[in-house]
Design a protein around this ligand. Structure first.
Ligand code: S3P
Length: 447
């Protein structure tokens, strides 16, 4: 539905945001493999988490209770006739993680998705699962994808792309089949699967590779730090890993909170989000906010169900452009549209590089942000793997196009709050993929 938006007269306040989408989908899918009940608190109502839950139910998971406390009972058995089609909707996480689960069982399933998910790359999943011994047939590198599982072989894999979804698919294939798996990461992606597996009783070993001091080949008087391996972290899953039951209390979704932190940043006001996930693999955006001139205060930090959470207050200031590239990208992969918006009101030129992954998300997010910021009067260059954005003192209201992408819709809705003149977004319903409550939360911190 088209929605009209006007600049807010006042901005500020304290909110909490719905449970983390990445963690929720993982818990739902892990319940297919669990030995006993998983008791889940704060399960979010977004469409992607709902998809993961209904997929788990198709695999025989029994659900009782509601969002504040759902009990996920393990399947007695998985009864799916050959070539059953499982629709993963818009959810890349569900499609890719489920592929791993199916690969390790005597199942024959066709994994499908909506139009947007069917454009997203699947070869990155096909390659490792095939190497483990599963029979995986994609459609020109995309969904629909037939996965025929079986007992898999012990597997060692260094991820060619920094993707938490690929890493998780391989680990879950190992758990599903009972084979040992060693996965290595050159860049550290979000580690919710690893933390959940450990929290639910799996003896997953995580080894961080530390730099070592060596003689400098160019200057014998000096010593230099070098990485002894080409990777930074190694995960080792033992054979016959079992997921025992347990309780998982899901923290607020950092990526949803990031829209409100951005609103504070671009308006110069303060917004506080309590109970938000603070897993370090997700919070590079807070470092970015600090680096461009915002005040960020973190309090009430604690660890619940293996995941850090706390209260974060962000206050905007006079913002300065910054280059975002290299290994930083993976830690704020879902916040790049917001980095672009911040660039539009920062002094100087914001450069985003090494972010080609953004082109294969729910839409081409680089193109979408270049188009939408240009419409606001921002000079924005589209690069192969990023954006170059000239900051300006004022943004003009605009008719935004969301490309059916929740993150683009929410980013544009935040931009409209400080724009001069009215704005519209062509479709506000897509925000529901991650946060159906988004516009209600926005109303709480604006007037
Ligand atoms: C996700 C991982 C990221 C992220 C996506 C959710 C996850 O994707 O962009 O929104 O839940 O594992 P990649 O693993 O493909 O980078």
């Amino acid at each position: 539905m088209k929605r009209e938006l006007h600049a807010a007269k006042t901005i500020g306040g304290e909110i909490s945001v719905p449970g983390d989408k990445s963690i929720a989908q993982r818990v739902a899918l892990l319940s297919i493999l669990a030995d006993d009940d998983l008791i889940v608190k704060n399960y979010p109502s977004g469409l992607d988490p709902k998809t993961a839950l209904s997929v788990a139910q198709r695999f025989g998971v029994q659900t009782a209770g509601q969002a504040s406390r759902i009990v996920l009972g393990p399947p007695d058995s998985i009864n799916l006739p050959p070539e059953t089609i499982i629709d993963c909707g818009n959810s890349g996480t569900t499609a890719r993680l489920l592929s791993g689960i199916v690969a390790g069982r005597e199942l024959d399933v066709i994994i499908a998705g909506d139009e947007s998910l069917s454009r997203r790359p699947m070869k990155r999943i096909v390659a490792p699962l095939t190497a483990m011994g599963a029979d995986v047939l994609d459609t020109d590198g995309h969904l629909p994808m037939t996965v025929r599982g079986r007992t898999l072989l012990p597997f060692e894999y260094t991820l060619p792309v920094p993707s938490a979804q690929v890493k998780s698919a391989v680990l879950l294939a190992g758990v599903s089949s009972g084979c040992s798996v060693v996965v290595r990461e050159k860049q550290l992606s979000r580690d919710h699967t690893e933390l959940l597996l450990q929290h639910l009783g799996v003896d997953l070993k995580v080894t961080d590779i530390k730099p070592v001091l060596q003689d400098d080949p160019n200057d014998p008087r000096k010593r230099v730090r070098v990485m002894p391996e080409e990777y930074k972290r190694e995960f080792s899953l033992p054979p016959d890993a079992r997921i025992v039951g347990g309780e998982v209390d899901i923290p607020g979704d950092f990526s949803t909170a990031a829209y409100f932190f951005t609103l504070a940043a671009i308006s110069g006001h303060t917004i506080t989000v309590s109970g938000v996930g603070l897993n370090p693999s997700r919070t590079a955006f807070l470092d970015h906010l600090k680096a461009i001139g915002c005040k960020v205060v973190v309090s009430d930090k604690e660890v619940v169900s293996g995941e850090a959470r706390g209260t974060v207050s962000v206050t905007g200031g006079s913002l300065k452009a910054r280059r975002v590239a290299g290994e930083t990208i993976v830690g704020l992969i879902d916040e790049i549209p917001l980095v672009a918006l911040l660039g539009a009101v920062s002094e100087g030129t914001t450069i985003i590089r090494d972010a080609a992954e953004l082109r294969v998300k729910e839409c081409d997010r680089l193109q979408a942000m270049a188009d939408n910021l240009s419409k606001m009067g921002v000079s924005c260059g589209l690069l192969d793997d990023g954006l170059a954005i000239e900051g300006r003192p004022e943004l003009g209201g605009s008719d935004f196009v969301t490309y059916d992408d929740h993150r683009i819709a929410m980013t544009c809705a935040i931009a409209a709050q400080i724009a001069v003149g009215p704005s519209t977004i062509d479709d506000d319903t897509c925000a529901a993929v991650s946060c159906p409550e988004f516009f209600d939360l926005l109303a709480k911190v604006t007037a």
